[in-house]
Design a protein around this ligand. Structure first.
Ligand SMILES: Cc1ncc(COP(=O)(O)O)c(C=O)c1O
Length: 390
């Protein structure tokens, strides 16, 4: 028997791995799978981005290792993008860090912030990788339960004092995966006041800042922490530009936090291929046409899906943002989201994510990712209807 580190244990029990097995079994049984379980956009990366990556490919200067100093052009593009959007000055040298997708950054950050036993305050339900990163760093997780009555925003007054004293980071994520909730600047200010009190780093994972269907543009955490006292924010090109497979994102924020994450990353990777950065620069410098087309597409899907669910007698809330629908399960499934998802994929081929996979407070919910055309979503809704009646 080989020896493995204990930290692997907490990564092994994963509801999504169980769902993958259920999907594979349904496929093997001949089911035609409609996979709405992953937040992976099915839309195409825009041609102008691909052309830039293609052009780079034939520029042999781009084929070497890319050290931090080589990423300056990308960091400048990210800083300018941010400044245009939020009117807050960003120093591309000290306040921006390129990432191999934002997940890489949020998962590595705990290694820079937590000593064994320190607490990270994480949203429940929340993005599984936030949990995984803390577990890898040997930190303890304190869950901030999100309830519909509070608009899926955490209540900081519920956190026990002994946890506050040993908390070193808090991770927020609005617009939120999976609940689709949005937050205001005043909520972020409340979070900042709490973090100031206990000297906690404030982390905001912000992949859905563009995917908004109505209302104001969602705030950046730095609009609350304009002096960048203790905040770091994570951005990605995966959603806004349908570039998930290219793995490109970046962090912006407090220079000490950026440096600490950069030090961890320096031990792990040499950044990704420069051509990908060149494609990302083209995306960040472009006008809003391609992002708007993506938003319009997800809005159309959202409207079609919501209407279909209403018609089959399972009304679900209309999300203001993200590419998801977060739905409360009808009886007899209200305490068994995993059972619902396994049975649904087995009987109908429709794969969705069990709420409990995002944390205990997600029990009784499912998440639909609207990553198929309105026609395919309509077919999924019909199959769900038959399943619920059966
Ligand atoms: C909250 C959240 N963070 C991060 C990611 C991953 O982004 P990336 O592709 O940049 O790693 C996702 C993707 O679904 C997400 O929902």
């Amino acid at each position: 028997m080989l020896h493995f580190a204990q930290r692997l244990t907490s990564l092994r029990s994963n509801v999504f791995a169980d769902m993958d097995r259920a999907k594979a079994a349904a496929r093997q049984a001949g089911r035609d799978i409609i996979d709405l379980s992953l937040g992976s956009s099915d839309l195409a990366t825009a041609d102008f981005i691909l052309h830039e990556i293609e052009r780079s490919l034939w520029d042999r200067q781009t084929h070497q290792y890319l050290l931090f100093h080589g990423t300056r052009a990308f960091r400048e593009a990210a800083a300018h993008w941010y400044q245009r959007r939020y009117q807050i000055e960003i120093d591309p040298e000290t306040e921006v860090l390129p990432l191999v997708g934002s997940q890489e950054g949020t998962a590595h950050l705990p290694l820079a912030l937590l000593n064994p036993g320190d607490y990270a305050l994480l949203l429940d339900p929340g993005y599984p990788s936030h949990y995984g990163g803390v577990a890898l760093a040997g930190g303890q997780i304190h869950r901030l339960p999100l309830r519909a009555e509070r608009g899926f925003l955490p209540d900081f007054s519920e956190i026990p004092p002994q946890v506050c004293d040993r908390a070193r980071m808090m991770v927020l994520n609005y617009p939120h995966n999976p609940t689709t909730a949005t937050a205001s600047i005043s909520f972020f200010k409340e979070a900042l006041t709490f973090c100031d009190k206990y000297n906690i780093s404030l982390v905001h994972d912000f992949p859905y800042g563009d995917l908004v269907f109505e209302g104001d543009r969602p705030p950046s955490i730095l609009q609350a922490d304009v002096e960048k006292r203790r905040s770091i924010e994570f951005f990605t090109l995966s959603k806004s530009y349908n570039m998930g497979g290219f793995r490109v994102g970046y962090a912006i924020g407090n220079p000490e936090l950026i440096l600490a994450l950069r030090q961890v990353k320096a031990a792990v990777d040499f950044n990704q291929y420069q051509g990908i950065f060149n494609g990302a620069i083209a995306a960040l410098n472009s006008d809003t046409t391609s992002v708007q087309a993506t938003v319009d597409c997800f809005r159309q899907r959202r409207d079609a899906f919501i209407k279909g669910m209403q018609e089959i007698g399972w009304p679900v809330p209309t999300p203001k943002a993200t590419m998801y629908v977060w739905a409360k399960l009808p009886e007899p499934w209200s305490e068994n989201s995993m059972g619902f998802c396994e049975a649904l994929v087995q009987k109908t081929g429709v794969a969705v994510s069990p709420g409990v996979g995002f944390g205990e407070s997600g029990q009784g919910y499912v998440r639909f990712a609207l990553v198929r055309s309105p026609q395919v979503l309509a077919e999924a809704v019909q199959r769900i209807s038959v399943f619920l009646r059966g």
